[in-house]
Design a protein around this ligand. Structure first.
Ligand code: SIN
Length: 322
């Protein structure tokens, strides 16, 4: 709970990304290097934040294509410290766009935070002629200050998305994120948050066990992602089975399946061999919208509506806890 009698300060954690990117020429929106500018400098460039009580910390400085367990653990560690501080009502995290949806999902699953954790990003580097990062940070701070419930959300281009539904859907447009059929939770209009539906999650009872195991892990259980497509065969799955190292055995396969969870018959044969060998197989759809609708004809378990990359993380976290 937030202590109303003590000064409230927001915390902003930096992890890198295009929002912290720099190009050699100001007009270059694509030929830049991500993760160059400190989060302190990013925050200092947002006039709306001047004078607000803020604590700013650099947790990592990476291109989010390289995101993984070590940075997630460092982020969870710092988030836990700050979220447990009664003077901190919420935390903002700056992040690259490319794996933002995966970090948002992991943080939600592992931390189940009772306070808002607001991830934000940018599609243009900090050195752009018209960078989108300052507005996104300003909007993220508005969401962090106004949110009435806890949970991990993503703020980009004036929209607020849930960790479960958000996905990057465009390679360069500023409004690169979408929540599929669910739609965004809210929008930010001139610093005011307008909600479209109630949001903020109740903590899950399983979270403390997952959190402990997540923080103690050297690696996540090995779950690979394969795609079913025209002309597919089982060779990728059989290669995975053949080379699985005893130190990190293959524990799961998530299939980015066609349509409503269908899989090429040749790939299905290999997946059945994997399952017979104790490997968990889960179907997600490679379609950008909709979900695998459960029905008796599904060859394997389904992803409960999660996208392939999130289904992969959900299975790894489930295996970690088992
Ligand atoms: C990254 O994901 O770190 C680079 C790309 C981006 O932030 O848009």
């Amino acid at each position: 709970m937030v202590d109303a009698n003590r000064a409230q300060r927001l915390v902003i954690l930096g992890t890198g990304g295009t929002i912290a990117g720099r190009a050699s020429q100001a007009g270059d929106n694509v030929g830049y290097v991500a993760g160059q500018v400190s989060v302190a400098d990013l925050v200092a460039a947002v006039p709306a934040l001047a004078g607000l009580p803020l604590t700013v910390e650099q947790v990592a400085q990476v291109d989010s294509k390289d995101m993984g367990l070590p940075v997630w653990q460092a982020l969870v560690r710092q988030l836990s410290v700050h979220l447990n501080d009664p003077t901190v009502p919420a935390v903002v995290v700056t992040h690259g766009t490319d794996t933002l949806e995966e970090t948002a999902f992991v943080l939600q699953q592992v931390l189940q935070p009772r306070k808002p954790v607001v991830l934000t990003c940018a599609m243009r580097p900090a050195s752009a002629l018209a960078p989108d990062g300052p507005q996104n940070i300003s909007d993220a701070v508005a969401v962090a200050r106004q949110a009435t419930g806890g949970g991990v959300v993503v703020v980009c281009a004036g929209q607020v998305h849930s960790a479960r539904d958000v996905a990057k859907v465009h390679t360069y447009q500023l409004n690169a994120f979408d929540s599929g059929d669910a739609g965004p939770l809210a929008c930010v209009e001139e610093g005011e948050v307008r909600s479209f539906r109630p949001w903020g999650t109740a903590p899950d009872q399983t979270s403390s066990d997952v959190l402990t195991r997540f923080m103690a892990a050297d690696v996540l259980p090995r779950v690979e992602l394969v795609t079913s497509h025209a002309d597919a065969d089982g060779s990728v799955v059989r290669a995975l089975l053949a080379q699985a190292a005893p130190s990190r055995p293959l524990r799961g396969i998530v299939v980015a399946a066609t349509g409503n969870g269908t899989v090429h018959q040749s790939l299905t044969e290999a997946l059945n061999e994997a399952r017979a060998g104790g490997v968990r197989v889960v179907l997600a759809s490679r379609c950008a919208r909709g979900r695998v609708v459960p029905h008796a004809g599904l060859a394997f378990d389904h992803s409960q509506g999660l996208s392939p990359v999130k289904a992969r993380l959900a299975l790894a976290l489930e295996l970690l806890a088992s």
